[in-house]
Write a protein that binds this ligand. Structure first.
Ligand code: R5P
Length: 296
């Protein structure tokens, strides 16, 4: 097996390479003066099961090169080409809210499905879709962050009260709470624009003597977390812990959040808030998919 990492996540790439007992594929990448991508594979991938680790945050900057790499691996004789993307982009755009809007989760799924043999990701934003199979036509494995987050909370937080800031977060927060043996509540959110969000008041009676731990899948503008924390601060609760599976931190979201909370993310997107390791379950998922593939 060979692992290629066209992105800048050498830490996760080397963990996966070690856990999968694979070789690190060698790439040469640069931009032509006109901005187009140059790509060359320096490893012999003939008859190899090739895995591309490509974190698809800021997907528009990465996707084209990813497709070029997958295609070139096949032309160079790869036996299979799989994608590991801890953050699967465009999943939040799962409905046409206004006439003519692109439901980008669908064309993005078509593109990746036509390129890869399988897909491994961690907690994609499944809100209006029940599973990736509704839009992806290739085999996929969704690795759950809940057990990893629950373990982190058990080891680091005394008397946690888990809070999901919106109904979509219930799937994560309820699972984490069950595994961590902690109480939880889920708030209601209204989003009027990218930076215009309001969140309902938490039930403060059950919060006494507890450390609020917010859990959500994605932290992007940070507004969802910030609005929730405002309520907790107004009620005089202790400093919150804000946990995101995928810390995108658009603009100054991280700086704003760290003023009011301890911010923790999984290593899905490389960032200084990463405290929760994800390599082992991702490697396991790749192994399972390749075993399934070989047995068919
Ligand atoms: C959407 O419902 C997600 O679960 C997150 O709550 C959302 O993406 C967070 O975005 P932001 O940080 O921009 O408020």
């Amino acid at each position: 097996m060979m692992i290629f990492n066209p992105d800048s996540d050498p830490a996760l790439a080397s963990q996966l390479t070690r856990l999968l007992d694979a070789q690190a594929g060698v790439l040469e990448q640069r931009r032509f003066p006109d901005g187009e991508s140059y790509l060359r594979i320096h490893s012999d991938c003939t008859d190899q099961d090739c895995v591309i680790l490509c974190n698809l945050f800021h997907p528009d900057e990465r996707t084209l090169r990813l497709l070029f790499l997958a295609d070139t691996l096949r032309e160079c004789g790869a036996r299979s080409v799989g994608l590991v993307t801890p953050y699967l982009a465009y999943m939040r755009q799962d409905k046409r809210f206004q006439p003519g809007e692109c439901v980008s989760s669908r064309p993005f799924a078509k593109l990746l499905s036509s390129t890869f043999d399988y897909l491994v990701t961690m907690d994609p934003h499944l809100h209006r879709y029940d599973s990736l199979d509704e839009i992806y036509t290739i085999p996929s494995r969704v690795v759950q962050a809940a057990p990893l987050i629950a373990q982190w909370i058990q080891q680091r937080v005394d008397q946690p009260l888990l809070i999901g800031p919106d109904s979509e977060s219930e799937q994560w927060v309820a699972h984490v709470a069950k595994l961590a043996g902690a109480p939880f509540q889920v708030l209601q959110k209204e989003r009027r624009g990218d930076y215009d969000v309001s969140v309902s008041l938490p039930d403060l009676d059950s919060a006494a003597e507890r450390t609020p731990v917010l859990v959500d899948d994605i932290i992007s503008s940070g507004r969802t977390m910030l609005e929730t924390i405002k309520h907790l601060q107004a009620a005089g609760l202790p400093r919150a812990v804000a946990i995101g599976v995928h810390g995108i931190f658009a603009g100054d979201a991280y700086a704003q959040l760290t003023e009011v909370a301890d911010v923790v993310t999984t290593a899905c997107i490389p960032h200084l808030s990463n405290q929760i390791d994800i390599a082992a379950p991702l490697a396991e998922a790749v192994r399972e998919l390749l075993t399934d593939r070989d047995s068919h």
